[in-house]
Every structure is written in C-alpha cells, then in structure tokens.
Design a binder for this molecule. Structure first.
Ligand code: ZL4
Ligand code: CA
Ligand code: ZN
Length: 393
C-alpha cells in the first residue's frame, strides 16, 4: 500500500523479544511492557518489517549482565521471591540495599527473565552495529537508564544501555549517548563519569525536590577531580513543563550539532523515552510525535551508526505511535506516512488488551502551560557551548 522497500545504501535492524510482553509490574503500575507489542504491531501493519532485518532477540547471560552489575546484586535479583511470596527472613535488608520491592521497582514474577530479555535485545543491537551488519539498530525493549551497578531505580533493574555501550567501546573509539526521556539519564551518566570515550547528554524535566530522580542540573558535568578524563563529558539540559516541538528542536539541534562537531562521535546511542510526549501519564512536556521523531531524524543526518533504545513512555498508544514513527524515520519513509502514524486510529484490531483503552478519541493529551522562556533556553545553549570548549576529539 505504501510501497515500503529497503533503504538504499544502509541497513536497519529491529530487535524484539515477544516474551517481554506478558510480564507485569502490577495492574496499576505505569510501566506496561505490552506497549512493545503495540509498537511492533503498528510497525508491521505499515509493512515496515519488509524494509528491515528483523531479529528475535536472545536472553542476556549472567556473565553479560555481570560486565556492569555486581554479582551480589545479580544473585539477589535472580533469587528474590516475587512480592506475593513470603519474604526471605535471612535477607531482610538486601531488598532495601538493592532498592528492590516497593512501588517503583516491584519484585514481580519472571523479573530476572524480563531484565535479561531487555538487555539481550540491546546487546544484540550493539553487536550488529559492531559487526557492521547494521547501520541503525532498533531496540525498543531497552533504554532502562536509571539502573545502577548494584541498585534498581525508577522502574529500571538492569542498565541495558550501559551494557550496549560497553560492547560498542570494543569496536569504536567514541560513543555519544543522547537521552530524550523526560527523566534524567542518571545511571548511564554515572557509569561513564570517568572516561572521555563516552559523552552523555540528557534532556529532561528538572525540579530537584519534586521530579524524579532530582539530578541533572546544568552544572552537573561529571566530577571535576584533577586527573579525571571524563570531566566535562556529561552534558545536562534541565527543562521546565510544557516545552514545545519548535523549542525542543532548536535546543536539540544547536546542542547536539555542537557536540557532534567537538566530540566527533564514531557511533550514537539514542535513548528515545516516549514520556516526553504530550499527554504522558508521568511526563510534563508538550512534544508531538513529529517533534520527538525530529531528534532521531537529526541524529541520522550525521551518517554514523546508531542504536535507538526505548525507555519511558506511559500512555501506551502514544508510545507505539512515536516509536513506529521513529522506525519510519530510520528507514526513511516518514515523509510518506508523516500524518498517518501520529493520528493512526484503526488500533483496535492490533490491541491485545483492548479493554484497557475505553476511549480512543484523544491522541495526545491536553497541552500543558509552557514554562520555558526563550531567554532561559538561550542561556542553556550558551552554557552548554561553553562547557564544550573543554571537549576535543
Ligand atoms: C507508581 O500508581 O518519584 C507505582 C509509580 C505503582 C501502583 C500503586 C501504588 C501507588 C506513579 C509512579 C503508590 C505509588 C507511589 N503504582 C510511587 C519517589 C517516589 C516513591 C514512589 O521513564 N512513589 C519516587 C520514578 C518515580 C518517584 C520514575 C521513570 C523511569 C523512566 C525510564 C521512573 N519515582 C514517588 C512515587 C502507581 C505509580 C504511580 C511514579 N514513580 C511516578 N514517578 C515515579 O525514566 C523507564
Ligand atoms: Ca532524559
Ligand atoms: Zn522517563
């Protein structure tokens, strides 16, 4: 119908594991793994699968997870009884220590498998990029940027992004990590604090007392200890509620454009958290599918290999629209379907959990008041450009 063919001159790969879907954080928990299936079905409905190499991804091994996470954390993650089971009286404080259990990072049935699948997808994507078998690798099941080496945080248990970047560092000199999730990409930033081979840049809502995780201020650029090569290689773009497509595109292009000039990355890792869209259950921004997708589109113009990860995104039908649109950007058919995907309505036949969507009228939620002045945004750009004087490839 849309005559979808493979892009000329480069390869796009799509890494998916259907077994992630049945995992439940709990009925009312905002994180809904079935948004991945929703995305996949929309991608397939448009025939985009014919333009890509499609991989059913494997489960990451313990050793692979261990390349970033500590054994004591992994062992506990592996054996921790699900929430509804009696607690292990021998390990009363392990759950506190690892931040497991409770409302953000519940211990649900099959948790370890779920985490290994997410990490497996991202690692497969990284390997295809390393092998030069793919130029743009898509892993919507990954993007869990808050996880620390021995701690779960903000719905994230295993940091698949860190694992994937460690893999990329084996074959490429410099990795640029970009994070457009509405939350600060603290786990990835911290993991690469002490190296100048990874530059991290997160755009996020910033309000330390009230918005998670509270880090990522404009002056947070990595520890400036004396001989730390990683100093100045963490860039943060703190924003207020209601930022629009136009403002975001301007910020993104002037900051990422400058980083590309100075840092000269060999590969890009782009976290595409969809909670920065308007109408997100947890988010605060006003981005439309096109504005969110413009980030991937701009990164693509650099002509270097790229991994696109998922991340947050708590209004599932909008998550699917955004990630399907970004898939179309990767294979360069977005011009053809630009209007269609963001407003796609014949959803019901693809919905597995139809009963959860009583109303389909509203596509993106009511706009929020925009609290980002042009003046402040210009100051942020200025500050980041100054910071980048210390960065040289
Ligand atoms: C929920 O409704 O700000 C969890 C979490 C569970 C079900 C019923 C329990 C009700 C919103 C969030 C009690 C919920 C209390 N249920 C949650 C400081 C907090 C302590 C926990 O996109 N309460 C913690 C984490 C953030 C906090 C955001 C983003 C991940 C990512 C990448 C992680 N945590 C206050 C909140 C609900 C829930 C409703 C929730 N949790 C919203 N924001 C948080 O960056 C994937
Ligand atoms: Ca972010
Ligand atoms: Zn988020």
């Amino acid at each position: 119908e849309y005559n979808i063919t493979r892009p000329k001159g480069y390869t796009v790969s799509y890494h998916f594991n259907a077994d992630m879907e049945p995992h439940h954080f709990g009925l009312t928990h905002p994180m809904k793994p079935f948004r991945l299936t929703l995305t996949k079905s929309l991608v397939t409905a448009y025939g985009m699968n014919f333009a890509m190499d499609n991989y059913n991804t494997r489960i990451a091994t313990y050793e692979e997870l261990n390349s970033f996470h500590t054994s004591d954390y992994l062992d506990y993650l592996h054996m921790a009884p699900p929430e509804e089971m009696p607690r292990d009286i021998d390990n009363p404080d392990k759950e506190v220590k690892f931040n497991l259990g409770g409302s953000d990072c519940p211990l649900f049935h099959g948790l370890y498998d779920y985490c290994s699948m997410s990490a497996g997808s991202s690692l497969d994507a990284a390997r295809k990029i390393c092998n030069k078998q793919s130029d743009i690798a898509i892993a919507w099941g990954g993007g869990l940027h808050h996880a620390k080496k021995s701690e779960a945080s903000g719905f994230c248990y295993i940091n698949d992004i860190v694992l994937a970047i460690l893999q990329l560092l084996r074959c490429y000199p410099r990795v640029l990590y970009i994070d457009i999730d509405v939350h600060h990409g603290d786990g990835v930033e911290e993991a690469f604090y002490s190296t100048d081979r990874v530059l991290t840049c997160s755009f996020h809502k910033y309000a330390p007392e009230v918005f998670f995780p509270g880090t990522g201020g404009l002056d947070d650029n990595g520890p400036r200890s004396e001989h730390n090569p990683g100093a100045h290689h963490a860039i943060n773009v703190p924003l207020n509620d209601g930022i629009t497509d136009e403002q975001y595109a301007h910020l993104f292009q002037s900051i990422i454009g400058k980083i590309n000039e100075k840092f000269r990355p060999s590969v890009i890792a782009l976290q595409c958290g969809a909670d920065s869209l308007a109408g997100d259950r947890l988010g605060r921004f006003n981005l439309q599918v096109q504005g969110h997708g413009a980030c991937a589109k701009f990164c693509k113009t650099f002509g270097i290999p790229m991994i696109m990860f998922g991340g947050g995104g708590y209004t599932p039908r909008n998550v699917a629209r955004a990630w399907a649109y970004e898939t179309s950007v990767a294979i360069e058919i977005d011009e053809k379907i630009n209007k269609i995907i963001p407003e796609h309505t014949p959803w019901r036949k693809h919905f597995v959990h139809e009963e959860l969507f009583p109303s389909l009228e509203q596509i993106l939620g009511d706009p929020r008041v925009n609290r980002n002045s042009q003046k402040r945004l210009q100051e942020i750009i200025q500050h980041v450009h100054e910071q980048l004087r210390f960065v040289n490839a």
